[in-house]
Ligand binder design. Structure first.
Ligand code: HEM
Length: 227
């Protein structure tokens, strides 16, 4: 439940009012909130876990309630991770180089022996979509369910997972993927999550995958850009 509350606050009470708003940080049912300010008025937006909660003084005023539509996003002022890393061309270069190195890797070679030769391009298409690029993996390669299905029953070990990630990061340096702190934090974050999911889903006894939305990855911090 999303609540919007409009307040008129005289200048002499502004500090007290803003302090009261900050106490929403300790509300157990509050997911997030944002206070925006006009000349002598404010709008407070609160996202509640379920139903809206009563607000303490001096915040209790007439509120309007809304539901999320799922329509939300970033504008073009902040590039997607996909744009930042150089798009499909850069991702294909990364995975071509990576799977070439996999052939000479003692830990990973047995895992990928007999691999489909289109595999590097498919993984590039997967990552492109996860990082905010074109939805080609969903459209042409079976989407999330297919990807999960390709890991089923492979019993990936922790050693294999760690080698996969280490070799991919080394290849990222080799092919010149951006190495700024924000991009690498996002990239490593996704790889940690994705490889751990792949290992868990590949263990014996895991059920056939269900249809699920593609994961979407974003910046943990916006990238630094010159003014
Ligand atoms: C972020 C981590 C990972 C991503 C994004 C990823 C992505 C993918 C995708 C998209 C496919 C299906 C390709 C297709 O559509 O044909 C796939 C298949 C596969 N993955 Fe992963 N994977 C990850 C981690 C791992 C790890 C850690 C291993 C093992 C060490 C692994 C082993 C495999 C194997 C053996 C296949 C089947 C290859 C073939 O024969 O075509 N994956 N992966």
């Amino acid at each position: 439940m999303i609540e919007h509350v409009h307040y008129r606050v005289p200048a002499e009470r502004a500090a007290e009012f803003e302090e009261a708003c900050q106490r929403l940080s300790t509300e157990p049912e509050c997911v997030e909130y944002e206070l925006t300010r006009g000349d002598d008025e404010y709008i407070l937006r609160i996202v509640w876990k379920s139903a809206a909660n009563p607000l303490p003084e001096p915040l209790n005023a007439e509120a309007r309630h809304f539901r999320a539509t799922g329509i939300a996003g970033r504008g073009a002022a902040i590039p997607t991770l996909y744009e930042w890393l150089g798009g499909t061309e850069a991702l294909e270069k990364l995975f071509d180089a990576f799977y070439t190195r996999v052939r000479d890797d003692d830990v990973l070679e047995p895992v990928f022996r007999g691999m489909d030769p289109r595999h590097p391009k498919h993984v590039a298409a997967w990552l492109a979509e996860v990082f905010g690029g074109p939805a080609r993996y969903s459209a042409d390669h079976g989407g999330h369910r297919h990807m999960v299905g390709r890991h089923l029953g492979r019993a990936i070990t922790e050693e294999q997972r760690q080698r996969w990630i280490a070799l991919l990061l080394d290849t990222a340096d080799q092919v010149g993927l951006p190495d700024d702190p924000e991009f690498r934090a996002a990239f490593v974050g996704y790889l940690e999550w994705g490889t751990r999911m792949a290992r868990i889903l590949s263990q014996p006894g895991m059920d056939a995958p269900r249809e699920e939305p593609m994961p979407k990855w974003d910046w943990p911090l916006p990238p630094w850009q010159p003014e």
